[in-house]
Every structure is written in structure tokens, then in C-alpha cells.
Design a protein around this ligand. Sequence first.
Ligand SMILES: Nc1ncnc2c1ncn2[C@@H]1O[C@H](COP(=O)(O)OP(=O)(O)O)[C@@H](O)[C@H]1O
Ligand SMILES: O=C(O)c1ccc[n+]([C@@H]2O[C@H](COP(=O)([O-])O)[C@@H](O)[C@H]2O)c1
Ligand SMILES: [Mg+2]
Length: 195
Amino acid sequence: MKYIVGIGGMTNGGKTTLTNNLLKALPNCCVIHQDDFFKPQDQIAVGEDGFKQWDVLESLDMEAMLSTVQAWVSSPRKFARAHGVSVRLDASDTHILILEGFLLYSYKPLVDLYSRRYFLTVPYEECKWRRSRRSYAVPDPPGLFDGHVWPMYQKYKREMEANGVEVVYLDGMKSREELFHQVLEDIQNSLLNRS
Ligand SMILES: Nc1ncnc2c1ncn2[C@@H]1O[C@H](COP(=O)(O)OP(=O)(O)O)[C@@H](O)[C@H]1O
Ligand SMILES: O=C(O)c1ccc[n+]([C@@H]2O[C@H](COP(=O)([O-])O)[C@@H](O)[C@H]2O)c1
Ligand SMILES: [Mg+2]
């Protein structure tokens, strides 16, 4: 069985942290990080607001991300080997792929592939505070959060809801451990129901 999990939601909701914890616990589990598909800086549009438009779908090479997902779908075993993930020979023939990122459910060719879509959120103030403590490959210029990051998050979330994309919302204010156990248990139950 092939099982694709989305760990989506807002920037600094805790997606990467949760994903790394799940990867250690789930057998035959590979990961694809959406952040690895940002286009080079010189291809990022500058908006009327003067900000580089990092937080839009067009800043990501989603075709390349889709090809990577298709490579896993066509042979999870080969994909795992190529990415240094050990495949348990004794385990049942279940293969799991985690897709992790902030715009997972806005790209049409991917949206129906998920077996389960999670969506992490924290309140505005917490998100802004966590973000202010992060250092990205390209540092945030002053005002980026309120001028670009937050409005784009709201826009894509609205669109996702308007399109009726079904997600399981997760409260990113819970502890790392609580979130890990909640999602691990949910995935395990969902896998049992399918087998
Ligand atoms: N459950 C949590 N509670 C408090 N802080 C968290 C939690 N999960 C992650 N963090 C912290 O929040 C920041 C963003 O986490 P990260 O996993 O990188 O988020 P994302 O990938 O969604 O941007 C990091 O400093 C991380 O240590
Ligand atoms: O990773 C990069 O190269 C990169 C370059 C510029 C900006 N980012 C930021 O990365 C954010 C998404 O990652 P994350 O972990 O915060 O969800 C998004 O809000 C972007 O503004 C990321
Ligand atoms: Mg991240």
C-alpha cells in the first residue's frame, strides 16, 4: 500500500519539526520538503509592494516537486534506496511518503494524491514571534511578515477552504510531543482501517 501524508499549514506552525519526528517513528517512510523547490532568487517576482513574492505558488518549482512525488509513486522502494531510507524487509508492504510545506494544498495536480492532509496553525502573534526568531536562507526584510507573508497565508487558506479541500486542522500551540503522538496515532489508525 502507498500512503501519502501532507504536513501543511502556516509558516512556523511547526511542520518541519513534526515531520522530522514522524520520520523517525514510521517504517518505510520517505519525505519531500516543499522548501527544497524554491526557485532561485533572481526568478522571484517583486510585487507592487516592493517585496520579493516568496510566499506565492509561482515562487516554487511545483512541476519539479510533482515529478519527485511521481518518482516515489512509481517505485517507493527504489526512491527509498536512492534517498538513504532503509526499507524493512519484514514490514508489510506499506510505504509512506510525507510531503511537508506551507503551500501543499494549493497546487491542483497534487491535491487529490494525499491519503491524509494535516494543517498546522498558530495564532498571528505567535506566528510573527516565531518567524522573527528564524533565519532563512534569504533573510526577511523589515515589514515582510505583515506586508506579504501573513496576507498570502490568509489568501491561500481562504482559497483552499473555498475549494472544499478536506484537511485535519492541528493546533500548533500544543507541545511538540503532543502533536507527534496525536498525528502518529491518527496515521496508524488510518493505516489499520485501510489494510
Ligand atoms: N509545538 C511547538 N511548540 C513550540 N514551538 C515549536 C513547536 N514546534 C516547532 N516549534 C518551534 O517553532 C519554530 C518553527 O518550527 P518549524 O518546525 O521550523 O516550523 P515550520 O516548518 O512550520 O515553519 C522553530 O523554532 C521550532 O523549534
Ligand atoms: O528556503 C528558502 O530558500 C526561502 C527563501 C525565502 C523565503 N523563505 C520562506 O520560507 C517560508 C516557508 O518555510 P516554513 O518552514 O517557514 O514554512 C516562506 O514563508 C518563505 O517566505 C524561504
Ligand atoms: Mg519548515
